[in-house]
Design a binder for this molecule. Structure first.
Ligand code: UD1
Ligand code: CA
Length: 468
């Protein structure tokens, strides 16, 4: 029987090097706050609770983070911030004694549940266990793992860089900031921390030497995956980690068969779900929840958010789709763009064509309808096979309220028409080019509403007056 897991996320630090008004842990990676990645990872472990330690920008941080499904989220304030050990001490009153505590850094976003699971196994409900990193490279800035020189190589202490001697600074194995220990053991060790070190802080890392002094075995598992344990301290590190994260996502999609023109120019800032034979050209950004059906092709430079693009549809370059809460659906075989804009509630049926500089909002287009050039469809219900001319718009807003336009099946709307809602164009009807339609029309009728053309033969244009 494994113990229930309670996660402590340290997020009270200032993040000075970000040089930002926004607290560091709220900066986004892959469209999600750094600390939210960490919290969501805890949910991946089926943790019983997550306790986030806040301090700098506490109100903003607390408002900016959400509990993952099935896990209780609590915030504990640390005022003032006297170090990582002091941070975890603040959580002691809310941590149950019967669990195992997993301590994570709010600024180390890409740690994976599988790695944490291994750490919990090493802790085995009895031991203090550390996640260490050894890539064989210089570990300047990090706490070094000091081991005995005998064959057991057992862990003796973590020595912070600023407190380390030259020999210790040559050690390449460093502490990731992640540890696990039974709550009762951790609480006892936290009670022993002092701040007699070069920074005058209560170091969480000192729990190691206290455990060793009590004759306890401290276990360490080591990873060489620098991305999982990389911390974010500066905009440069944030950008580097963003690319590393996107590259991992891109590799995952390509492994499923998605064809990316260039995995280095691909960004997912939400949840993307792809069918078979999906092709995505360069510089596309996906936000919120996006589903791409079988055979969908996305042209270069598209931004697509909160949308379902169904099988065989093609989104041409430079198209912007954002369904926000209402969503957008692009039906099977539809063609959209280039330079199209689909807004919330755009629902395109099978084989619909939306061309360049066409905007669609809160409108349903039935199968085969086409609006190919420079047009606006807002709050409209458009029937099958309708042809909606260049430059035509639905005037859906009277300055106070929005009204619907209904266009029956097989209607032909000429170029440069204004359909003043509420209005209905009867099925099979035609609207002459340049008409401003304010009254509903009968099925099959031709409606023309514009000034009649007048022609004056031999018309002389005014001449410029000659100067005297
Ligand atoms: C810490 C470790 C170091 C390790 C490194 C890995 C300590 C003493 N050192 O150093 O061994 O190699 O992480 O990245 O733990 N925080 C608080 N309250 C505080 C201080 C910090 O909540 O009073 C939070 C910060 O917001 C941050 C985390 O704790 O999320 C780590 O703090 P930071 O100051 O970045 O520790 P490091 O010096 O990087
Ligand atoms: Ca740090």
């Amino acid at each position: 029987m494994s113990l229930p897991v309670d996660v402590v996320v340290m997020a009270a630090g200032k993040g000075t090097r970000m040089k930002s008004q926004r607290p560091k842990v709220l900066h986004c990676l892959g469209g999600r706050a750094l600390a939210q990645h960490v919290i969501d990872c805890a949910a991946g472990l089926s943790a019983r609770s997550v306790v986030v330690i806040t301090g700098h920008g506490a109100e903003q941080v607390e408002a900016g983070l959400q509990a993952p499904a099935g896990t209780a989220l609590r915030f504990v304030r640390q005022e003032p911030q006297l170090g990582t050990g002091h941070a975890v001490q603040q959580a002691v009153p809310v941590l149950a004694d019967d669990g195992v505590v997993l301590v994570l850094n709010g600024d180390v976003p890409l740690i994976e549940p599988a790695t944490l699971q291994k750490l919990l196994q090493a802790s085995a409900g009895q031991h203090l266990a550390l996640l260490s990193v050894d890539t064989g490279e210089d570990a300047t800035g990090y706490g070094r793992i000091v081991r005995t020189s005998d064959a057991t190589r057992s862990v003796q202490a973590i020595v912070e860089h600023k407190d380390a001697n030259d020999a210790q600074r040559r050690i390449t194995e460093w502490y990731s900031g992640v540890m696990a220990a039974p709550a009762a053991l951790l609480k006892g060790l936290l009670g022993r921390l002092t701040n007699d070190n070069s920074q005058g802080e209560y170091y969480l890392t000192d729990v190691v030497k206290h455990a060793v002094a009590e004759g306890r075995e401290v276990r360490a598992i080591t990873t060489a995956d620098a991305v999982q344990v990389a911390g974010v301290n500066s905009p440069q590190q944030l950008a580097e980690l963003e690319r590393a994260h996107q590259r991992r996502l891109a590799d995952g999609f390509m492994a499923q068969g998605v064809r990316l023109a260039d995995p280095a120019r691909f960004d997912v800032r939400g949840q993307l779900v792809c069918g078979q034979d999906v092709e995505i050209d360069v510089n596309c950004v996906f936000e919120g929840r996006v589903e791409l059906g079988d055979g969908v092709r996305i042209g270069a430079h598209c931004v697509i958010a909160n949308a379902r693009i169904e099988a065989g549809a093609v989104i041409h370059p430079f198209t912007h789709v954002d369904g926000e809460a209402a969503g957008v659906r692009v039906g099977p075989g539809a063609l959209v763009g280039p330079f199209a804009r689909l807004r919330p509630g755009a629902d395109l049926g099978a084989e619909v064509h939306i061309g360049n500089f066409v905007e669609v909002k809160n409108s349903t287009l039935a199968a085969g309808a086409k609006a190919n050039h420079l047009a606006y469809l807002g709050d409209a219900t458009v029937g099958e096979r309708v042809n909606y001319g260049a430059g035509s718009i639905t005037a859906n807003y009277d300055g106070a309220n929005k009204h619907r336009t209904v266009i029956g099946a097989d209607v032909h709307v000429g170029s440069n028409c204004v359909l003043v809602a509420p209005v209905t164009i009867g099925a099979g009807g035609t609207v002459g080019a340049g008409s401003t339609i304010t009254k509903s029309t009968e099925p099959g009728a031709l409606a023309v509403a514009r000034g009649r053309q007048t022609s004056i033969a031999g018309w002389q244009r005014p001449q410029k007056q000659k100067k005297a």
